[in-house]
Structure formats: structure tokens, C-alpha cells
Design a protein around this ligand. Structure first.
Ligand code: GLU
Length: 290
């Protein structure tokens, strides 16, 4: 059996301050690497130029130090990775798997006939445009994203099916088709989350991905991209999400207390990390089914 050195990472987006949920994820990823004698990496996912702020990235580093977490090597900033994303996109485009999408958010919402939640999949409006129509719009400077032709991609890559392994859920059969034609290059960013995270996890040699269970289904798309781009498949652990006293998951949009505010209250960061290790004592844990 080949024993691989464990490499984990924490990959926050610097669009705000870290909260307790982030701290939980970082502690789990850090400890998994450290107990295995492996490496813990830090990646700042700042591809979203409109929402990312350098001061948030600085604060993230300070928060992790306060928690007593240290990482190996230099911090990787996704804003420096344009060439790697462009190469992956070119490869997928050459395989005939990408098409430009000119739809606005409003147009996509209007084209959904029934009420959909945020999970609604793209209806495929731009998939059927002719090559001439695409070329005319691109030459005319119409803003566009690039989407993956999911049916084609699955037909090419899946063969007998794609699988990945989660520490809690076990062997999972990927169902990327359920997510429709996902965006891989955004109108306003170098790459989408799906593309950047898959390319970077491989480039950094990450062997174990620890992240919240809210990203469980996203792994199906990442597994497909790994197959298409010839990248290795890490092992995954999708952990439960912490909840506040109101039972709401701790997230920026729910006004979860930031680590900064906890620190300013006089709490000790290492003691907080120890509580999170002990199962989030005093902090609720949301439902954990996959
Ligand atoms: N950057 C993502 C976030 O902050 C996490 C990415 C991941 O762990 O795969 O939600």
C-alpha cells in the first residue's frame, strides 16, 4: 500500500471576517494534518475581485495565529493563479466542453417556469446558440461566462460512473448532472469556485479536503473536473456546520459573531480552539446527514 503524506488546507474567501464556523473547519483541517505528521496549507480564495478585500485576508491570518494554528509554506493567493485557470479552461474548451453564456442573472431567473430555490440549475439557454451567433456576440463585447456542457462532460468522463470517498458518508457516487451546466469562468472573475478549487487542490498536492457539509454536492462537480483534467482525487471530510443559539447556521449572512469580536470580548483563542476540538462545547451543531 502506498502511504501518502497527509496534506490538508484551509481555503477561506476574504470577503469578510472569519466566524466560529470557519474556526471549526480550520481546526479540523489543521489537526488532521498535524496528527498525521503532515502539512497544513493556507489558501486565500480571492478570485472574486469585487468582494475580496486585502484587509480581510490580513485579518484571517491574524485570526488563525490567535487560534494557535500555524500553516506550512507560503500562503497561496488565488488572484495569482490566472495562468493555471486559463490553461485548465483552454483544455476543457479544446475538448469541446465549454460554451459562452451571455445570460444575465435576471434572464436566468425569468426563464425558470416554476418557482425554484437557490439550487435551480441553469436552463441551458445559451447552449444551443450557433457558432456564428456566439462569435458575433463575443466580437460585439457582450459580457459572458463560460459554462460546462454537463451532459457532454459526463458522457466523456464518467464511463462506469465517478466515485469519491467521504470520511463520514463513505463511498459516494458523483451525480454532477444534477447541477446542470455550471459556470467555470465567470464574467467578472478569473475562474469560478469549482474550477479554481479543483485546480489548486491538485497543484498544492492536497490529499485530504476538510470543509463544511454545505459543499458536499459541489464535490460531485470537482470529481468530474478531476477526471476531465487528469487530476488526482483527494479524500474528503465534509463536517457538520456549527449553529448559533438561535439554531441558525453560523454564516456571514446570519450575522454570526466574528472571531475578532470574540477576541475583543477577551476570549483566549487557544482555549476556543480547544473547545472546538472537544466537539464545539457550548456551540450547537447542525444536522449532519449528507
Ligand atoms: N473558499 C470557500 C469558502 O470560503 C471554501 C472552499 C473549500 O473549502 O473548498 O466557502
Amino acid at each position: 500500500m502506498i502511504v501518502r503524506d497527509v496534506v490538508t488546507r484551509f481555503a477561506p474567501s476574504p470577503t469578510g471576517r472569519l466566524h466560529l464556523g470557519h474556526a471549526y473547519s480550520a481546526v479540523l483541517a489543521h489537526d488532521l494534518a498535524r496528527t498525521g505528521g503532515g502539512r497544513f496549507l493556507l489558501r486565500i480564495e480571492d478570485i472574486d475581485g469585487t468582494r475580496s478585500r486585502p484587509e480581510h485576508a490580513d485579518a484571517i491570518l491574524a485570526d488563525l495565529h490567535w487560534l494557535g494554528l500555524d500553516w506550512d509554506g507560503a500562503v497561496l493567493f488565488q488572484s495569482t493563479r490566472e495562468d493555471a485557470y486559463a490553461a485548465a479552461l483552454a483544455r476543457l474548451r479544446d475538448m469541446g466542453l465549454l460554451y459562452p453564456c451571455f445570460c444575465t442573472r435576471a434572464e436566468i431567473a425569468a426563464s425558470q417556469s416554476a418557482p425554484h430555490g437557490p439550487e435551480a440549475v441553469y436552463p441551458g439557454t445559451c447552449r444551443g446558440l450557433s457558432a456564428a451567433e456566439r462569435a458575433t456576440r463575443i466580437a460585439g463585447g457582450v459580457p459572458h461566462a463560460w459554462r460546462l456542457d454537463m451532459a457532454r462532460a459526463v458522457a466523456l468522463a464518467a464511463g462506469e460512473g465517478l466515485w469519491w470517498r467521504d470520511a463520514d458518508a463513505g463511498r459516494v457516487r458523483a451525480d454532477p448532472l444534477a447541477q446542470g451546466d455550471v459556470v467555470l469562468a465567470r464574467k467578472d472573475a478569473l475562474a469560478s469556485y469549482h474550477l479554481a478549487v479543483t485546480v489548486d487542490d491538485a497543484a498544492q498536492g492536497v490529499t485530504h479536503i476538510v470543509r463544511g457539509i454545505d459543499l458536499f454536492a459541489a464535490t460531485d462537480v470537482h470529481r468530474l473536473l478531476q477526471a476531465l483534467l487528469g487530476l488526482p482525487t483527494p479524500l474528503y471530510r465534509h463536517h457538520v456546520l456549527l449553529t448559533g443559539p438561535d439554531g441558525q447556521r453560523l454564516a456571514k449572512r446570519n450575522d454570526a459573531p466574528t472571531l475578532e469580536s470574540v477576541r475583543l470580548r477577551g476570549e483566549d483563542g487557544r482555549a476556543l480552539a480547544a473547545r472546538l476540538r472537544a466537539g464545539g462545547a457550548g456551540i450547537g451543531i447542525a444536522g449532519q446527514s449528507a
